[in-house]
Design a protein. Sequence first.
Length: 155
Amino acid sequence: MEKKTFTGTIEEIKQFLFKFDKTMEYDITIDKHRNKRSLNANAYSWVLQNEIANRLRLSKEEVHFQMLKDYGQRQAELTIYGDKPCTDYYEKLGIINFKGNTYVSWMVYKPTHKYNSKEMSIFIDGVVQEARNLGIETLEDKEIKEMIEEMEKYE
């Protein structure tokens, strides 16, 4: 069966559920609704990361990964046997040999599109500071604060 998603009040959810086959069993997860984060803050962080990349003569991907390591959220530390983690943002921490098997320990970083507004705010503050340290013009603190407040409305 195809996974279904529905957003609504409790009364609307009840009406939605009445449409299902009453003889089948279902697994249901209910979460508090959150609007998606404003894209203005994310777009601004990418503008600054591009400027930083240009100034340092690095790729924007290299700069973004460094910003994730410095100001981002760590998703997990994994030790696995075999291939690397299935994510874009990770780095090798070390190799472990145990009972004839070789395991690799990885640090996995959460991609910014999965950040909530608080995590994104911390990330943007770090990127802004890095840009300012390089003499790159940024928005005024008041404008950044307004952008972050706008982003928080979506939480």
